[in-house]
Design a protein around this ligand. Structure first.
Ligand code: 5RP
Length: 219
């Protein structure tokens, strides 16, 4: 199976986690696009979606799925999103699509995070994928100096402005041995809006697309 076929497979499989009558939390990215397309088939059986990006909002609306303001929602049964990397404990790196801040906001509303990913995303330890960090523009240089002091190689993602007006710094070469500790540390740095380590908001379930079919991992 191609990577696109694996994404379609897990996008479809994620429908099993959508509770009829409920509002669904929806992530961002090419795997989530497959989920949104599958969700269109049951749009009359859900109350709507809370979206993590302008791109996903547009796709949801094109399918006729109502997109609700996150401020009107107290709790979501499930948040479904992709990942750039996921480790065997459900910790993830996210933000390859620059939507990490809204993704973490919607994930925070949800009872459980269901990650959908093809098997190339499963890694023993996070850090091969450059870590995305959303930063307030005036803090970029200082945040990059802090990453360099940790042994990372930070680089501003050129031409990218997030949905919140922030910029993205991608950091290569970090050894993320303790994802929760590193997430908490980087979150303290002035000017950091969101770090793309999802440890506090790790996955509860991962639907992994493999050549043998969908492998369900629970954490
Ligand atoms: C966007 C994300 C995506 O979930 C992540 O980049 C994976 O995307 P894709 O499904 O296209 O591989 O975090 O900010």
């Amino acid at each position: 199976m191609t990577q696109d076929e694996l994404k379609a497979l897990v996008g479809q499989a994620a429908l099993a986690y959508v509770q009829p009558g409920s509002v669904v939390g929806v992530g961002t990215g090419s795997t989530v696009n497959c989920f949104i397309d599958a969700l269109a088939g049951m749009k009359d059986r859900i109350a709507g979606a809370v979206s993590s990006s302008e791109k996903s909002t547009q796709r949801l609306r094109e399918h006729g799925i109502a997109v609700l303001d996150s401020n009107t929602i107290e709790r979501l049964p499930v948040y479904i999103d992709g990942a750039d990397e996921i480790d065997p404990r459900g910790h993830m790196i996210k933000g390859g699509g620059a939507a990490l801040t809204r993704e973490k906001i919607v994930a925070d509303l949800a009872e459980r995070f269901v990650c959908i990913a093809d098997e190339s995303k499963l890694v023993p330890t996070l850090g091969r994928f450059p870590l995305p960090v959303e930063v307030v523009p005036m803090a970029t240089a200082q945040v990059m100096r802090r990453f360099a002091a940790l042994g990372g190689q930070p680089q501003v993602r050129r031409g990218v402005v997030t949905d919140n007006g922030g910029c993205i710094v991608d950091v290569r070469g970090l050894a993320i041995a303790d994802p929760l500790a590193m997430e908490q540390e980087i979150n303290q740095w002035p000017g950091v809006v969101t770090v793309g380590i999802f440890a506090r908001h790790r996955a509860a379930v991962c639907l992994l697309g493999t050549a043998q079919g969908v492998r369900t991992m629970t954490f």
